[in-house]
Design a protein around this ligand. Structure first.
Ligand code: 0L1
Ligand code: MG
Length: 260
């Protein structure tokens, strides 16, 4: 049973998302000493709230998967959150504007068998992956100016907002995922680029870390989960009307228009 303060944090963040309103970070407003454990407790309550509202989980997502981000945030571990069905936008579709969206190019894993940690490796993840596919993740922190600490962003479901998956599915053995390159263009101009190796050396490593993090809570990655493994590129700020294109070597193109 969640404590009153955890309930307060979850309600604060859920209402900010629903009302498309940015808020002061939890550690500046509600609980300065918010721990990682408490932040995941608030996230779990947020997830339960959405499930109670009738939304369905598509899969977990990994965030903060690059060494550069760890150094920036003073942490040494990625974070995870959850993607829900209402967050999905068709490839080529219009993404509804929320607060201050940013886009990242990512590789997604469609999981073919349960993956239960601890001790999971990237190679084990690849053996249990049905397909990989390209994705554009739209992150949209509920916090003012994306100003948050490590624990704030965990409580805020890792800034998750919308996801556009591509239509090209490949078996993981068909690609060297660490070498898969991606470009991220806005209105025809390349704004950033990267490769799979930017994600903990190999995107499968991020999924392995997820399995091992979930194991601490007695949870596992499930067959059928569609998981974002983390950004190959930086996160690029978007404006209404922007046309966004992510091109992935061997995995095709993913596009969307930023709506109002
Ligand atoms: O998906 C991500 O890597 C985002 C994690 C949260 C950090 C941010 O909002 O920039
Ligand atoms: Mg991301």
């Amino acid at each position: 049973m969640a404590s009153e303060i955890i309930k307060q944090i979850t309600e604060y963040l859920v209402s900010a998302e629903v009302e498309k309103r940015e808020v002061v970070k939890v550690t500046a407003n509600i609980k300065p000493d918010l721990t990682v454990e408490e932040a995941y407790e608030a996230q779990e309550l947020l997830v339960q709230t959405k499930l109670d509202q009738g939304h369905r989980i598509v899969g977990p997502k990994m965030g903060l998967t690059s060494k550069a981000k760890w150094d920036q945030m003073g942490v040494s571990e990625p974070i995870y959150g959850y993607v829900f069905d209402y967050m999905l936008v068709d490839n080529g579709g219009v993404v509804p504007f929320q607060i201050h969206p940013k886009v990242e190019a990512e590789i997604a894993f469609l999981i073919g068998e349960d993956i239960e940690g601890p001790g999971i490796t990237g190679a084990q993840v690849l053996a249990k992956t049905e397909y990989v596919l390209p994705a554009l993740e739209i992150i949209d922190s509920r916090y003012e100016n994306f100003n948050f600490t490590h624990t704030d962003v965990i409580a805020d479901n890792a800034s998750t907002s919308r996801v556009v998956f591509g239509n090209t599915l490949k078996k993981p053995s068909e690609l060297d995922l660490d070498l898969v390159g991606a470009t991220l263009a806005i209105n025809g101009q390349i704004k950033d680029l990267g490769a799979g190796a930017a994600v903990l050396g190999h995107p499968a490593n991020a999924i392995a870390v997820l399995a091992n993090m979930l194991a601490r809570k007695g949870q596992k990655i499930k067959k059928g989960d569609l998981i974002l493994s983390g950004a190959l590129t930086g996160a690029v700020l978007l404006n209404v009307g922007d046309f966004v294109s992510g091109k992935f070597d061997g995995l095709g193109e993913v596009t969307f228009t930023m709506g109002e």
